[in-house]
Design a protein around this ligand. Structure first.
Ligand code: NAP
Length: 339
């Protein structure tokens, strides 16, 4: 193991953000790399994910995932190449998906790594379209929202990793109408011209409720919420009787410093017998094989498209995360650092 690197760079959270995170809240530091003990592997990461849920982990509050610790390496989805292995069944040169992103080198127990095949799909796809965000879209639409053929579906954050897949899966599964909202005219154009949405609008152009009513004059049956706030209130107004909403994310409030108001029209849930259901992707692991099989088939046939915004260089990872919060990504935001 003499040629193995002795140190590598890793990102630490050095201050807990109040409101929008700032570049100074993060530091890229050089750290020693441990030799992999029995059952463990050393991975040279090549791609890492920056995700909205990481913003919640920067707060020191109890949640479904523990907060990041200050002055310790952050973590999250990553893929890379095994460069040393002390574990049966994983060889040097294999590629794996695991949870120790935000660093160049990861030493981990082999049982926490999943082998991935770069011949079947580009490595970055295992962090996006075929990974956690993809499964979120698939399970959130089909299982949580109980989507059925003929439903009219509205998805917010529609040009992002989860949202772009929700809209296309709805179309492929026979939605009567697919509507998306996103934060730029380029994204809106992409949704309609490339991803086959029936209608899309820029939520920055005017009140969401008005734009949604125009785009869905007969109402909607399913709302997939990635944004919360004004979007959720608008969707409640447009949902038809027995409509369902998957509450997947509320990114509009992740950087708020005060509690945000609830939808003012919540009473409509009663009269319209709506079902609003929260979801966590981790509850839907049993759908993984079916999801990969169906979605990879659609990718191969060209029926489902996906985008990625790739930021090069581990030194730009914090900026990539901030850029994702600002909407600079189309599709999955990925940080790539070769190797
Ligand atoms: P993403 O959509 O690829 O990236 C985030 C996007 O959010 C940005 O590109 C931006 O696009 C949009 N955004 C930022 N601030 C906004 C605001 N104030 N109002 C409206 N849109 C805003 O991220 P993702 O990974 O696919 O995640 C999407 C949502 O799903 C997030 O809320 C995330 O927390 C949630 N999620 C939940 C689970 C779960 O298990 N529950 C799993 C994965 C993801 P625009 O340019 O359109 O503003």
């Amino acid at each position: 193991m003499s040629e193995l690197p002795k140190t590598g760079r890793e990102w630490h959270l050095v201050a807990r953000p109040h409101g929008w995170p700032k570049p100074e809240d993060f530091a890229l530091r050089e750290a020693e790399i441990a030799e992999p003990g029995p059952g463990r592997i050393l991975v040279r990461n090549t791609h890492m994910s920056v995700d909205p849920y990481m913003r919640g982990r920067m707060n020191d509050v109890k949640s479904y995932v523990p907060p990041f610790r200050l002055d310790r390496p952050m973590d999250g989805g990553a893929v890379g190449r095994v460069i040393a292995s002390n574990a049966e069944g994983i060889a040097v040169g294999d590629h794996v998906l695991h949870g120790l992103g935000w660093r160049e080198y990861a030493v981990l127990d082999a049982k926490h790594a999943t082998a991935v095949d770069p011949e079947l799909a580009p490595l970055s796809a295992y962090l996006g379209v075929l990974g956690m965000p993809g499964l979120t879209a698939y399970a959130g639409l089909l299982e949580v929202a109980s989507f059925k053929e003929g439903d009219a579906v509205f998805v917010s954050g529609a040009a992002g990793a989860v949202g772009s897949q929700v809209g296309q899966i709805a179309r492929l599964k026979g939605a009567s109408r697919v509507i998306g909202s996103a934060g730029s005219d380029e994204k809106v154009k992409l949704l309609v011209e490339e991803y086959g949405f029936d209608a899309a609008f820029n939520y920055k152009d005017g009140p969401v409720a008005e734009q949604l009513k125009k785009a869905a004059p007969d109402g909607i049956d399913v709302y997939f919420d990635n944004v919360g706030g004004e979007h959720l209130e608008a969707a409640i107004s447009s949902l038809n009787v027995h409509g369902r909403a998957t509450l997947c994310g509320m990114i509009a409030q992740y950087n708020e410093t005060e509690p945000t108001p609830a939808p003012r029209n919540l009473v409509a849930v009663i009269g319209k017998r709506l079902r609003l259901q929260g979801m966590l992707v981790g509850d839907h692991a049993s759908l993984q094989p079916q999801f990969v099989q169906e979605v990879s088939g659609w990718i191969r046939s060209g029926e489902l498209k996906y985008g990625e915004t790739v930021v090069e260089g581990i030194e730009n990872a914090a900026e990539a995360f901030l850029g994702m919060l600002r909407g600079e990504n189309t599709g999955k935001m990925i940080v790539a650092f070769g190797g």
